[in-house]
Write a protein that binds this ligand. Structure first.
Ligand code: LIP
Length: 323
């Protein structure tokens, strides 16, 4: 297996950030073209179904990224959303691997909702090492390197701001949380009903007689349409928890590093032991949960609170097999 030393890792980290910005410029160009075409047919094509969208720009951005990687890191493996859809379904091997979603939040991109990004992760020794998530619409670059923290660079914060953006606050119970959930692209009856019951239990008032059974009445649920940015917002501290079934390694790989480096705890399905290590099983498991860093209290460490709240969360939601 190819070993990387500290200076190679640092160079690779810089390369990913530069690459994300260059790809972001193409995403903006694509958005302009799509908005100019609005009202006309054909800006997006369907993949699995009518809500699983891909545009020529997803493909263009991925081709650009792939080419840059080929020129600079010819020995690295590559896993990308559009290459995967086109049949190039590479497994995660021992080789250093780029794991890329060229446009995460394609539905937002198509609709002109400025919550979409490029997500570039690097997997090393089968676990996420580098994460770069760039939203070109807001010019917000989130980046993280395992063991070295994660940061936000934006027009408001031109010198990198360490994440989370403020000292982690306590989070005593699920009811205090703002939680990101997504509608996803599996709209089958079974999944929609399980989601509806889950969302009702998370949001509903279960305190009174005749209330929502098992209702946790969390502060709110948010569905913003990009897994990578959801991870980045959990890392920042603006979102407390993000949970989704059905997304893929390229949606989450970069976000995992950014969140973990900000003190977040990432895990997979309810069956996965709460170790806080994202291995191949979690990365490819298509069930993800992340909770932000939480301050210690007199009775409980932040880590104990994270684990307790994840357990409470899994007692509340229903799980299904990703399609
Ligand atoms: C999207 C995810 C989102 C999920 C969508 C989709 P895409 O990625 O980030 O969280 O709910 O179904 O997978 O397709 O925009 O790259």
């Amino acid at each position: 297996m190819q070993k990387l030393d500290a200076s190679e890792i640092s160079e690779l980290y810089g390369f990913c950030q530069k690459l994300a910005r260059s790809a972001g410029a193409i995403i903006l160009q694509g958005s302009k073209a799509i908005l100019e075409q609005k009202g006309q047919q054909g800006s997006a094509n369907e993949k699995k179904n009518a809500v699983d969208l891909v545009t020529e720009w997803d493909v263009k951005v991925e081709e650009f990224v792939k080419q840059q990687i080929k020129e600079n890191y010819p020995n690295f493996a590559f896993i990308g959303e559009e290459s995967y859809s086109a049949g190039d379904q590479n497994p995660i091997t021992a080789a250093p691997t780029f794991c890329v979603d060229p446009i995460d939040g394609t539905t937002n991109f198509v609709h002109g909702f400025p919550y979409a990004c490029i997500s570039i992760g690097v997997i090393y020794e089968k676990s996420p090492l580098i994460g770069v998530v760039y939203n070109p619409f807001l010019d917000q670059l989130y980046h993280g390197l395992k063991g070295h923290g994660s940061y936000l660079v934006s027009p408001l914060h031109p010198s990198p701001l360490r994440l989370p953006l403020s000292n982690p606050a306590p989070l005593h119970s699920l009811s205090e949380a703002q939680i990101a959930v997504e509608w996803g692209s599996d709209r089958s009856k079974e999944v929609m009903e399980a989601k509806a019951r889950t969302f009702a239990r998370l949001a509903g008032d279960g305190s009174s007689k005749g209330g929502v059974e098992g209702g946790r009445m969390v502060h709110s649920l948010r569905s913003l349409g990009s897994a990578a940015l959801n991870f980045a917002y959990v890392a920042s501290g603006g979102m407390d928890i993000y949970w989704e079934i059905g997304c893929w390694p390229w949606d989450v790989c970069a976000g995992v590093v950014i969140a973990q480096e900000a003190g977040g705890f990432v895990s997979g399905s309810s069956k996965v032991p709460l170790m806080g290590v994202v291995d191949e099983q979690i990365l490819t498991g298509r069930k993800y949960i992340v909770i932000r860093g939480i301050a210690d209290t007199s009775g409980e460490t932040g880590l104990e609170t994270q684990k307790r709240l994840i357990k409470e969360f899994y007692e509340t939601v229903e799980e299904w097999a990703p399609n």
